[in-house]
Design a protein around this ligand. Structure first.
Ligand code: AMP
Ligand code: GLY
Length: 427
């Protein structure tokens, strides 16, 4: 029987999900922007606000969906999984309550502490901004300052890195957040591990390193992620034996404590001198990280979804022994003052062996237009990160004007810096 799958979301992550599924099922998609890559792969596409849970459940019913995959956290936070499940359409994505591991950072830390999940930094939660400022004054060391709710990865300020203590307090006083989390600043190298979770089990995918800072050399403001790489094995070059496994122990503890969780569980880790600590959890695939992971997944992703839905054991995952490098092209001015509504061009013929993923662009009759977020990504694969990086760069000749790219992602210079940084910390 051919399964009918509804995909929710219109970014690069969802284009990667669409490509992993399109050959194996009848695929329908819905998103707020008309992503040309997804539209071409899908049998049908509806424009809808990704947070309109009732409308999405109705689309799922109308197209006769057997299951749904939810990409963005905004949809999870809006209860789209709950609405789909209520409509009898299995959603691969947690219900609103379970998605709080991502959507509420205060809950996330308290959950880690109460469930004894390893890797939790020292933290405190404040509803009173002046009390938070006093804590900053009294704390012996640097802190990360985080609004408790969703901010697309852009609301966090790290004292001693991006801001001074005085700037952090001014930020808190200006921003008007209801609740903030202050936590110990973790120092090290970040990495992501995503796992498929259902029926109390999880299956992990290889580690990926994202690049949050807007500019080359890790300068500038935080973004949703400018690009990412993975190696041919499960770990990354700056990791030592045991680091990846320590991250899996964290995910295992979360899944044990949340038996009803279903969907992707994404662990963002800081590899510190003492091993991996948790920066955050996300309740969905990473964007860009999905574009590193899904192209090398050799196990059928549809089989994972149907096993999850049917209450079966999830299949063991096989991955190609290939490294990947993903580089995003973003609108000029992104993230602080993105040039949205600008017409851009992508020369698909020039992408070559690399993979092209469209992201937050809108396809109109007369061409492709930017939104306020990342426009498209190119992914190279190869035997080594260097080979994958070279392929990604060749593919980027497809990019026209009006976009910016961090060309340093995946280069040997940047990798060497990461490895040296970790070696220094561990001395
Ligand atoms: P988040 O939205 O929690 O992913 O935070 C965004 C970024 O802020 C992370 O990717 C880190 O680079 C940084 N960050 C968050 N929490 C901490 C922390 N406790 N120590 C150091 N950096 C952090
Ligand atoms: N790459 C970071 C995220 O998806 O949140």
């Amino acid at each position: 029987m051919t399964e009918t799958v509804l995909l929710v979301g219109g970014g690069g992550r969802e284009h990667a999900i669409a490509r992993a599924l399109a050959d194996e099922c009848s695929l329908y998609a819905c998103a707020s922007n008309r992503n040309p890559g997804i539209r071409r792969l899908a049998d049908g596409f509806e424009t809808v606000d990704e947070t309109d849970a009732e409308a999405i459940a109705e689309i799922a019913t109308t197209v006769g969906a057997d299951l749904a995959v939810i990409g963005p956290e905004s949809a999870l936070d809006a209860g789209v999984a709950d609405a789909l499940d209520d409509a009898g359409v299995y959603a691969f994505g947690p219900q609103k309550a379970a998605a709080r591991v991502e959507t509420d950072k205060a809950y996330q830390r308290r959950f880690m502490r109460d469930a004894d999940v390893p890797g939790c930094p020292e933290f405190a939660v404040f509803d009173d901004i002046e009390a938070a400022c006093a804590y900053i004054d009294e704390y012996d060391g640097d802190l990360a300052v985080k609004p408790a709710g969703l901010t697309g990865g852009k609301g966090v300020k790290v004292i001693g890195d991006q801001v001074t203590a005085e700037e952090a307090k001014a930020y808190l006083r200006d921003a008007g957040y209801d609740r903030v989390v202050l936590e110990e600043r973790l120092v090290g190298e970040e990495f992501t591990v995503q796992a498929f979770v259902a029926n109390g089990e999880f299956r992990a995918t290889p580690a990926v390193q994202d690049h949050k800072r807007a500019y080359e050399g890790d300068e500038g403001p935080n973004t949703g992620g400018m690009g990412s790489y993975s190696d041919a094995g499960a770990a990354l070059p700056f990791m030592r034996s045991g680091d990846y496994e320590a991250a899996l122990e964290v995910l295992d503890a979360v899944v044990d404590a949340l038996p009803a969780y279903k969907g992707v569980l994404y662990g963002q880790f800081m590899l510190t001198a003492e091993g991996p600590k948790v920066v955050e959890f996300n309740a969905r695939f990473g964007d860009p990280e999905a574009m590193n992971t899904l192209p090398v997944l050799e196990t059928s992703f549809l089989d994972v979804l149907t096993a999850a839905r049917d209450g079966d054991s999830l299949p063991e995952l096989e991955f190609a022994d290939a490294a990947t490098v993903c580089k995003y092209a973003v609108p000029d001015g992104y993230p602080t003052d993105p040039d949205s509504g600008a017409r851009i061009s992508v020369d698909e013929e020039s992408v070559g062996d690399a993979l092209l993923y469209y992201a937050s662009v809108d396809e109109r009759d007369d061409g492709l237009y930017t939104t306020t977020s990342r426009a498209f990504a190119v992914v190279g694969t190869g035997d080594s990160i260097a080979a994958a990086e070279a392929e990604a760069e060749r593919g980027l000749s497809a990019a026209g004007d009006g976009v910016r790219i961090r060309h340093d992602i995946g280069t040997s210079e940047l990798l060497a810096r990461r490895t040296e940084h970790m070696a220094d910390l561990r001395e």
